[in-house]
Design a protein around this ligand. Structure first.
Ligand code: GTP
Ligand code: MG
Length: 298
């Protein structure tokens, strides 16, 4: 019997949802950074085995804030939950569950049937991990929660992820194969490229500009023949304010060069083409407030 399920991946910002998705899919599907609120879209990652196919939906971290963009992110997470067959709730074992964790639990309780819920405790490899406190939180919040649905794991090392897949496949029903067996994400290439550039911006600019950036691939073209073609890409990094452009460019162009080189290194691992990357920096005041840009990623 071939089983399949859509699995919504939810949790607080920085709980490790995207890292887990990448480990499960065996490829970089969703960008990762130490800065909370890295993921902005609902990104799909696909795991296909003989026993079936799981389509994971990585959602933006659910957190407490009423700003326009944050409300959008929360709506995206709730939407992910609504359309899924199974819910995978990821809890960071290195942080004490507080008001924000309670909010995530409330969102889940409102939208998912308990039978469809698997809870995974992540970052068990890290020294400050306190699994006992998380277990207590889980059993007091989700009344009568079945222990076989609580999995301890590390998204970073991969330990515990086989048990997680077993638990998910156990609860999946017979169903169709939605995607080809060798397909691990449904994202379009320009979007993946923009996301990798955004990841490098977050990592390199994190003190200065954590979330003031949006990346658009303006143009992409496959050029030249030969066994390995060349992908030419022109992308724009949008900043909120004119004054932030200088930080992205850096002294004598040093920062934008760093971002470009780091992005190219990562892109080389993902795609087999040679890649030429032309990066521009533009200011797009209030991109965060503008509906059309928000709609393009949430
Ligand atoms: N030690 C350890 N660190 C982890 C683990 N999983 C994720 N991290 C780290 O936690 C940070 C956040 O990881 P992400 O995967 O971006 O978290 P996320 O839940 O997708 O975050 P948002 O997209 O902001 O909601 C990164 O620095 C990861 O390297 C883990 O199992 N162990
Ligand atoms: Mg993420």
């Amino acid at each position: 019997m071939f089983k399949s399920a859509f699995v919504a991946l939810v949790g607080r910002p920085s709980s490790g949802k995207s890292t887990l998705l990448n480990t499960l899919c065996g490829a970089k599907v969703s960008i990762v950074s130490p800065v909370p609120q890295t993921t902005r879209n609902s990104i799909r990652g696909i795991v296909t085995e003989k026993r079936g196919q799981l389509v994971f939906i990585d959602t933006p971290g659910v957190h407490l804030s009423e700003k326009k963009m944050n409300r959008r992110l929360r709506a995206a997470a709730e939407q992910g939950l609504a359309g899924a067959d199974l819910t995978l709730y990821l809890i960071d074992a290195t942080r004490k569950p507080g008001a924000e964790e309670q909010l995530v639990s409330d969102v889940i309780q409102k939208s998912a049937w308990q039978e469809n819920l698997i809870i995974a405790v992540n970052k068990t490899d890290a020294a400050p991990a306190d699994c006992a406190t998380i277990e207590e939180f889980v059993f007091s919040t989700f009344n009568g929660f079945d222990r076989t649905r609580l999995i301890m794991l590390s998204a970073l090392t991969g330990s515990g992820t086989d048990a997680l897949l077993d638990a998910l496949f156990d609860r999946a029903h017979e169903g169709p194969q939605y995607y080809d067996g060798d397909c691990y994400t449904d994202q379009e290439i320009p979007f993946r490229i923009a996301e990798i550039i955004r990841e490098k911006c977050i990592v390199h600019l994190r003190e200065e500009l954590p979330h003031c950036i949006h990346v658009i691939v303006e143009d992409a073209e496959l050029r030249g023949g030969g066994a390995v073609g060349k992908l030419w890409v022109r992308a724009s990094i949008l900043t909120e304010r004119e004054s932030q452009k200088g930080m992205v460019v850096g002294k004598g162009g040093s920062m934008i060069r760093k971002i470009r080189i780091a992005a190219l290194q990562e892109l080389k691992k993902i795609f087999e083409w040679k890649i030429e990357l032309d990066l521009r920096v533009k200011s797009a005041p209030d991109w965060r407030q503008r509906d059309e840009i928000l709609s393009s990623f949430v």
